[in-house]
Design a protein around this ligand. Structure first.
Ligand code: UDP
Length: 356
């Protein structure tokens, strides 16, 4: 069986690390990189550190609006599909790359498998939610990380080809934890293990308007304790005009760092007092490592972490973040929401069974 997998963003590289190996054990995988994330610190570093095979094709989409990127990726991906003639296309998650892969496969009549199917934040203003809904409705094999995801699909009338496989990010987290633990960690940044917050912010809702950027600066200025913020290049670019970057540089105890590689980031996470983030993946990774999470959004697709008392939704609101920081207690037991750490094998088996 010949599968063309399409990746293009930082979280997709993390998911591809365990899944490429599992797919290649059962079939023939052709890896395509869209180029949506092209900064070396968001892309090349991940291929090197995580041992992901070199892409067979690079679409090199480069910067642009999501619509521009979608159009370019679809056109270039169609050429790849015509050359490679795969039995299936596999896409990950909820980005513009995901949507481009899904639409191009569907328009060319090629069966589609979606990793991380069925997640919903029920906020259609999020580009990620739009991408998820369309991709799921075009998919032939829907690989769900959680029971909630299966239920979400059923509520939209999708029951065929649905598999509960667990979360491939949990596989990655288990696979790389020993290597991550051996990294220099917080001491290299002058931080005490267990004595700092790890911050990430990159979503459009937090960075695309002056009011949203001001709210972010307000939140990050009022954390009142040591914190490290590995800044996504997109976020840094948005903060730089208007003195906001300088304002953050002046916040006592806040370390502004370049985006970290996966291993360094995981080490910082494992040693953090708590995580403060608007990321999807980082909410789950905090749970995997038993670190309290404060999510700077009003909705999440990882609802079980909130319902279980491991994650607090605060929006980008300094008072609500402060209240959450004042109570970081969590249940001692962590239920196995995300499977047993063997999602990659389950995904490869399901794809071969359904489409092979
Ligand atoms: N990550 C990383 N370095 C960083 C920030 C995040 O390696 O400086 C990793 C993180 O461990 C997770 C993934 O990137 O595996 C999450 O990606 P991101 O937050 O960009 O996307 P989302 O999950 O929100 O789609």
């Amino acid at each position: 069986m010949r599968i063309v997998s399409l990746v293009g963003n930082r979280p997709q590289f993390v998911k591809a690390a365990p899944l490429c190996a599992a797919l290649r054990a059962l079939g023939d995988e052709v890896l395509v990189h869209s180029g949506q994330h092209y900064d070396p610190e968001l892309a090349d570093l991940f291929f090197d550190e995580l041992g992901i095979p070199s892409p067979d094709h690079a679409l090199e989409v480069g910067p642009g609006t999501p619509v521009h990127q979608l159009a370019i990726m679809m056109e270039r991906f169609e050429h790849v599909l015509r050359d490679e003639r795969p039995d299936a296309v596999l896409v990950y998650g909820d980005t513009t790359t995901t949507l481009a892969g899904a639409l191009t496969a569907a328009k060319n009549g090629i069966p589609l498998a979606h990793v991380e199917a069925g997640l919903r934040s029920f906020d259609r203003s999020m580009p990620e939610e739009q991408n998820r809904v369309v991709t799921d409705h075009l998919s032939d094999v829907l690989l769900c990380p959680t029971r909630q995801a299966v239920d979400n699909l059923a509520a939209e009338g999708i029951t065929r080809g649905v598999h509960l496989v667990g979360d491939v990010m949990f596989d990655a987290s288990r696979m790389f934890a020993p290597l991550a633990a051996a990294r220099p960690g917080p001491a290299a940044l002058g931080l005490e293990p267990g004595g700092y917050l790890l911050v990430t912010v990159h979503r459009a809702a937090a960075t695309d308007t002056p009011a949203a950027l001001d709210a972010m600066v307000d939140v990050l200025s009022s954390l009142g304790q040591p914190a490290v913020f590995p800044v996504h290049p997109r976020t840094r670019g948005k903060l730089q005009p208007g003195g906001r970057w300088e304002a953050l540089e002046g916040v006592p105890g806040l370390v502004l760092a370049p985006p970290a590689g996966y291993l360094d980031f995981t080490n910082l996470l494992m040693n953090a007092r708590a995580v403060v983030t608007d990321s999807g993946g980082v909410q789950k990774e905090a749970y995997f490592h038993g670190i309290p999470c404060i999510t700077l959004r009003d909705t999440t697709e990882w609802v079980e972490t909130v319902e279980g008392g491991f994650n607090a939704l605060t929006g980008m609101d300094a008072a609500r973040v402060g209240a959450a920081l004042a109570d970081l207690s969590m249940p001692a037991e962590r239920p196995p929401y995300y499977g047993d750490g063997h999602a990659a094998e389950a995904i490869a088996r399901a794809v071969v069974e359904e489409l092979g």
